[in-house]
Design a protein around this ligand. Structure first.
Ligand SMILES: [Zn+2]
Length: 123
């Protein structure tokens, strides 16, 4: 998988750190960029690698927050995005701020497929 050069293709909200972001996040970032560009919307990553008080994949580099509020129909864009991304990721959509939390399914999830993901840089 070719690594995305995020700084060249999309904007980060000030203070957002992408150092330590795992390669598993390249795919959602590429698809988000593609979706935004095709809708003439500026892609903005509102959080990537950060410390959280609650259990989160952000500190581990397996989660990003993406802005959807510039889309004419944000929820519709989120639904398209989910289809583009596939089953390896989980999502939380925050309707108030219209941003999407995207995380790699790192752990076994019995509700979906029996699959164990290991914390490995190369996945
Ligand atoms: Zn998040």
């Amino acid at each position: 998988m070719q690594e995305i050069k995020m700084e060249t293709v999309m904007k980060k909200k000030s203070g957002v750190k992408t150092e330590g972001l795992k390669r598993a996040m390249d795919h959602p970032l590429k698809m988000y960029n593609l979706l935004c560009k095709s809708h003439c919307v500026e892609p903005v990553v509102t959080d990537a690698v950060s410390q959280r008080s609650n259990p989160s994949l952000h500190p581990l580099g397996y989660a990003v927050d993406l802005r959807f509020r510039e889309f004419l129909k944000p929820y519709h864009a989120v639904e398209i995005f989910k289809i583009l991304i596939g089953d390896d990721y989980d999502f939380i959509y925050y309707d108030k701020t219209k941003h999407l939390h995207v995380e790699y399914q790192l752990f076994l999830d019995m509700s979906k497929k029996t699959r164990i993901k290991f914390m490995d840089e190369n996945i």
